[in-house]
Design a protein around this ligand. Structure first.
Ligand code: SF4
Ligand code: SF4
Length: 469
């Protein structure tokens, strides 16, 4: 059964007219920007006017301090860890007609497929055997993918084990549910529930989503509210950049953040900011395409505006650009990504847009990405400690907002890197990983936590797993 949208009585909390005015403001000067950066560095979430000032800047001399502040801020809150995950596409049937998506109902060229339970187990096994611990599960919107199917999918994923490996966190990137649906998902043990608004600009939303349940803007906009009410208190928000003016979307994401903070005392757990890529049989106006230079500004400004938020940079972007962009405030990336249905257990082949939602830019294997992150001085992390220790929602914000979370992120990242090193790494990556762990330990002050960490790293060498702070 599909959830029927019901947006009666909901009011739009995105101040569209004010945002339109804000994105037309004159460029801010260095003097205007300085106190705003100081507020970000003091870990304050910015307001719409402040974000608009940052968005107005194009002068390289004013931009550079913003980029530098974003770099420092990410390290202040989360340290030098980058969390790794893989997307898992389970089914691509869809009743919606999103103009930018290869899976839209009207696209007769796409091959429709849903993993059987055995195929799902095979996919999960393949992911585990590559070293993954965290998944984001994707479905189209279709009567075949009701709440029971979503819950069963999560249950199967958690049930698959292989030697020392298992999936420890399943996030869902799915349709907006009703409150009861979210209760079921919480009971199934999901991590973050992500819903991308795609565009916060209603006239564009109406054009892009002409038919199907997704055409109800407000039902989608309140998806995270219902998630909070249903007990899913780690929610992700996002926009698809390239549908409308990128500055409007950034301010829309901030307005959504403020709404969640004001109503639930919990902001979004993550921001997603994918850019439109090629998809099967797609014809879109390139007018709002976001250039690489604008994308860099966007990422830095999102980081500066909401210092506590996890920022997800996906493999839609090419490897070289990802390498550069990670530094501007990103805290999570996918790696070893395949988006074809059944593609992880199948042969490693070229992308086929008749089977996939869009074109990905970074097809490298997980081990290669891990090796590159280590070379960059970043700690690859598969940490899932917070939600498994009950640090979700408001409790998580108590750690993330004041910037305390780094004290947990770094040791947990090292423990999971050690697991990867022992269980999955190539000899070359293993050697690099050992050196990085030694360097990080040398940087840590002596004390109880360091002693525990050293003990646990040794225990992993001896065969223990899933040790966490
Ligand atoms: Fe369906 Fe999602 Fe694609 Fe829209 S974006 S057509 S809802 S799969
Ligand atoms: Fe994420 Fe918490 Fe682990 Fe840090 S300690 S990486 S915030 S789960």
């Amino acid at each position: 059964m599909m959830i029927r949208p019901d947006s009666d009585g909901l009011t739009d909390f995105i101040p569209a007219a004010a945002i339109e005015e804000l994105i037309r403001r004159p460029p801010a000067t260095a003097d205007e920007i300085r106190p705003i950066l100081a507020r970000s560095m003091a870990l304050q979430r910015l307001g719409l006017e402040e974000m608009a000032a940052l968005l107005s800047v194009t002068d390289p001399a004013v931009l550079e301090p913003m980029f530098q502040a974003a770099r420092v801020l990410k390290k202040t809150v989360y340290g030098n860890r980058i969390v790794l995950f893989a997307p898992l596409y389970v089914g691509n049937k869809c009743v919606n007609t999103c103009l930018y998506c290869g899976f839209r109902a009207a696209n007769g060229d796409v091959v429709r497929r849903t993993l059987t339970e055995d195929e799902l187990r095979a996919e999960v096994l393949a992911l585990i055997n590559k070293g993954h611990k965290r998944l984001v599960v994707d479905f189209g919107e279709h009567p075949d993918y009701g709440v029971d199917v979503l819950a069963r999918t999560v249950e199967i994923i958690y049930s698959v084990k292989s030697a020392h490996g298992e999936i420890r966190r399943v996030n869902l990137n799915c349709i907006p549910l009703d409150v009861e649906g979210y209760r079921r998902m919480k009971a199934a043990g999901i991590g973050t529930y992500q819903i991308f608004q795609e565009t916060y600009h209603r006239p564009t939303y109406a054009v892009m989503h002409p038919r199907g349940p997704k055409s109800d803007f407000l039902w989608r906009l309140y998806g995270q509210d219902r998630a909070m009410e249903g007990g899913c208190d780690d929610v992700g928000i996002g926009a698809l950049f390239g549908l409308y003016d990128w500055r409007f979307e950034a301010l829309g994401m901030l307005a959504h953040t403020i709404h969640l903070e004001e109503n639930y005392h919990v902001g979004p757990h993550t921001f997603s900011f994918p850019r439109i890529k090629d998809a099967s049989n797609r014809a879109l106006d390139p007018k709002y395409a976001v250039s690489d230079a604008e994308f860099k500004r966007l990422i830095a400004i999102l980081r500066l505006s909401v210092p506590y938020v996890g920022m997800i940079l996906t493999a839609r972007e090419p490897a070289a650009l990802r390498r550069e962009l990670i530094d501007f405030g990103c805290s999570q990336i996918d790696a070893g990504t395949r988006i074809g249905i059944g593609a992880y257990a199948g042969a490693d082949e070229e992308q086929d847009l008749s089977r996939e939602q869009f074109r990905i830019g970074d097809c490298r294997k997980l081990d290669e990405v891990v090796g590159e992150l280590v070379d960059m001085g970043e700690i690859p992390s598969w940490c899932t400690a917070c939600y498994r220790k009950g640090r979700t929602g408001e409790h998580f914000m108590e750690f993330a907002i004041p910037g305390f979370i780094k004290r947990l992120c770094t040791p947990n990242a090292l423990l999971t890197l050690k697991e990867y090193e022992v269980d999955y790494a190539s000899p070359e990556v293993r050697a690099k990983s050992e050196a990085l762990i030694a360097d990080e330990l040398a940087k840590m002050p002596d004390g109880v936590q360091k002693a525990q960490l050293v003990e646990r790293l040794a225990a992993i060498e001896m065969g223990d797993r899933d040790l966490l702070f």
